[in-house]
Design a protein around this ligand. Structure first.
Ligand code: SAM
Length: 249
């Protein structure tokens, strides 16, 4: 049997394995409290992600082969460097010179702190990045991001900034239409809805007010996107359950 067929069977069985989902839920709850997502780097920049989602991102970029990635939420720049590095690899795999190819990642953050900006400015992959400082839902920022998207036909979007319902809804309305058919809009931290209430006492988001509630509301009027459950079923541990949105039309 081909590994990919075998894998599809394994994922299907695992998805309905109650023991795994129970343990995964417990692992998740304990590791959120332990700030596990703050423990990793990508090419020397801190990336605030779970390793499982990083692998899923790599698989998606490699399958979709975007020429533009738009990201909200830069923080220390790890996810931006991840995108830049994946875009360089796509170029190399296609026989292109990464410095000449138009592929790029556009990152938006309301506050690009000086030490983070300096680290990104000095990063060897800086030539693949555009940085925009401003609120991702501000009209000027939206205009700038959209102007960067002119002429790009394979666009992937990743939303990882302010995780309140209203903010994510506004981001989806601002950027999701840029996603190409067959590509993805990834909405991070949908997992907030699945954690015990009050898990983020110092944040405005909680159960009932988070990226997952925004995704579910937004999808009611956007049938051109569909949650890719295969990704959730495969990862089992992810900050983005119901957050991998595939554009199908
Ligand atoms: C979870 S971190 C991003 C992590 C990053 N994507 C990574 O994987 O390393 C969230 C970031 O969103 C930014 N942010 C918060 N509100 C924002 C807004 N309204 N517009 C843009 N960025 C915002 C914060 O400044 C913070 O740097």
């Amino acid at each position: 049997m081909e590994i990919k067929d075998e894998r599809a069977g394994i994922i299907k069985v695992n998805a309905s394995n109650k023991a795994i989902s129970e343990v995964a839920g417990m692992f998740f709850q304990a590791t959120v409290e332990a700030k596990y997502s703050y423990c990793f780097d990508w090419l020397e920049r801190p990336i605030i992600q779970y390793p499982q989602d990083i692998v899923a991102f790599q698989e998606l970029v490699s399958a979709v082969k975007p020429n533009l990635i738009i990201e909200t939420g830069i923080a220390h720049g790890g996810s931006l460097v991840l995108s830049a590095s994946m875009l360089c690899l796509l170029d190399v795999m296609e026989g292109l010179d990464p410095r000449q190819s138009p592929r790029k990642v556009v990152g938006v953050d309301i506050d690009i702190r000086p030490h983070n900006r300096q680290a990104l400015d000095e990063h060897p992959l800086r030539f693949k990045m555009e940085l925009i400082e401003g609120s991702s839902i501000g009209s000027e920022t939206i205009k700038k991001v959209r102007s960067h998207a002119d002429g790009f036909n394979r666009v992937l979007v990743s939303l990882d900034s302010n995780h309140t319902h209203e903010h994510v809804l506004a981001e989806l309305n601002a950027y999701a239409d840029l996603v190409s058919v067959g590509s993805y809009c990834i909405v991070f931290d949908t997992v907030v809805e699945d954690l015990p209430p009050g898990s983020f006492p110092d944040r405005p988001w909680d159960v009932g007010n988070n990226p997952k509630t925004a995704v579910h509301e937004w999808l009611k009027t956007h049938p051109e996107f569909k949650i890719d459950k295969d990704i959730d079923n495969k990862l089992l541990i992810s900050v983005a359950p119901d957050g991998y949105l595939r554009r199908i039309a």
